[in-house]
Design a protein around this ligand. Structure first.
Ligand code: FE2
Length: 433
């Protein structure tokens, strides 16, 4: 007897193909995938030909600042830099309980919408390292239903304060999974370059991944991405390196951008764009035309570079909105990056699933295959395009072989306008309507 059996699944495969199968799970692992599985199970779910997909991957979020909107005040200018100033004030009163409560609430909000893998940044430029300690504890507390990676992120720069370099190394010793940085916010260009080199040194010394906030500014002269690319090529760290945001890439002249694309192709590094937030943060100093403030997602994708989309912020000093819904992120991404071709829309779905898993270096455990951990979601959709267009609901979320969340589908009934009520043939607006 299996633990869990899902019947009549439209299984989304890594190549975009769809097959009609049953899926059996035992002891947290996928043990059988076949057109029809004749067996009994402790729990049987009839999926009724809905889309079964690997879970969403949130490759870039700041859980330590999530849900602090308005504390101590709202970001009125909407700029990155007012956000940093507000956060500097708010992080002065962080406590373990404060960070953990907000982080776990956010993770649950994400999980019920099908997110089971998250990479979160933890600000390590405050001397108590409270945000990091709290998120390390959260990583342990949620591990039975959520995989959480933590980036040691020096929000104020490695060289912005005398103690920050030591704090970053302390974060490695405490167990952060990833080394972060913010070269464009270091005090000088030289400090920015030096910070990138230091991050690569730490990653090699402690055997950690790298994920930098890189060139998140509209300044076309902010060119630390080339420094990251050079370090990635020289160290061979390649796929273990991620450049987040890189919004200045959207402002570079084409002669420089095309040269840089060639270098990036050699690196095998990953990119994360955060379209929801960067369409609002960037371009604030522009009059018209206003730049979109998002990196060259389409061009990177076209040349085979791995790109994922992240949420970045949920109700914090940088972004007042956000729900944790990765299909909302993918939808904004395809709009801002003008990726409306069919293959491009499908690619945007991949950017919140498989590509995110690649960024997080999760390839061995991610995907719906026999022998892999049973992590997947059932979406009220036919395919990737349908899922993004209608922001399909994650009806079932299966984490490590167990049913983690079940969301009932809403049904809308068209009310007759002839005065009658409760007509038996009222039209139900659902996926099949
Ligand atoms: Fe960020």
């Amino acid at each position: 007897m299996y633990d869990l059996l899902l019947r009549q699944c439209r299984l989304l495969q890594a190549d975009g193909g769809i097959t009609e199968v049953d899926i059996a799970i035992q002891d947290g692992t996928i043990v059988a995938i076949a057109p029809q599985i004749a067996a009994i199970a402790k729990l049987v779910l009839d999926i009724q030909h809905q889309l079964v997909s690997p879970p969403f991957v949130e490759s870039h979020i700041h859980l330590d600042s999530a849900l602090t909107i308005g504390q101590p005040q709202w970001n009125q200018s909407g700029t990155l830099f007012e956000g940093i100033d507000i956060w500097r004030e708010r992080k002065g009163i962080l406590s373990l309980k404060d960070v953990k409560t907000r982080a776990i609430a956010t993770l649950k909000q994400q999980a019920i919408q099908g997110v089971l893998f998250v990479r979160s940044h933890a600000d390590v430029s405050e001397t108590s390292l409270t945000a990091l300690q709290a998120l390390l504890e959260v990583r342990e507390e949620v591990k039975d239903w959520m995989t959480l990676q933590i980036v040691a992120f020096p929000q104020d720069g490695i060289y912005g304060n005398p103690q920050n370099e030591r704090l970053l190394e302390q974060a490695m010793e405490m167990g952060a999974d990833v080394v972060g940085g913010i070269p464009h916010y270091e005090l000088t260009h030289e400090d920015g370059t030096k910070s990138v080199h230091r991050i690569f040194e730490l990653a090699q010394q402690y055997d950690r991944l790298i994920d930098l906030h890189c060139d998140e500014i509209d300044d076309e002269q902010s060119r630390f991405l080339e420094v990251v690319a050079a370090c990635a090529i020289r160290t061979g760290l390649g796929s273990r390196v991620t450049a987040s945001h890189t919004t200045a890439f959207g402002s570079y002249n084409n002669a420089y951008a095309f040269k840089l694309l060639g270098f990036l192709r050699r690196t095998q590094m990953n990119f994360i764009a955060n379209p929801l937030i960067n369409i609002t943060l960037q371009g604030r100093a522009d009059t018209y035309p206003k730049r979109r403030g998002v990196t060259r997602v389409k061009e990177l994708w076209q040349q085979g570079t791995n790109v994922s989309f992240g949420h970045d912020c949920i109700q914090d000093p940088w972004y007042p909105l956000g729900t944790g819904n990765m299909l909302e992120v993918a939808s904004m991404g395809l709009h801002v990056c003008q990726m409306t071709g069919k293959a491009e829309i499908d690619a945007c779905y991949d950017m919140v699933t498989w590509n995110g898993a690649t960024t997080l270096n999760l390839q061995n455990d991610y995907g719906i295959e026999v022998g892999k951990p049973a992590n997947f979601i059932v979406l009220d959709a036919c395919d990737r395009y349908d899922a993004i267009r209608r922001r399909a609901i994650a009806q079932y979320v299966i984490s490590q072989g167990r049913l983690l969340a079940h969301t009932e589908l809403p049904r809308t009934h068209w009310q007759p306008q002839d005065g009658s009520i409760n007509q038996p043939n009222a039209l139900a607006l659902s996926r099949d309507a």
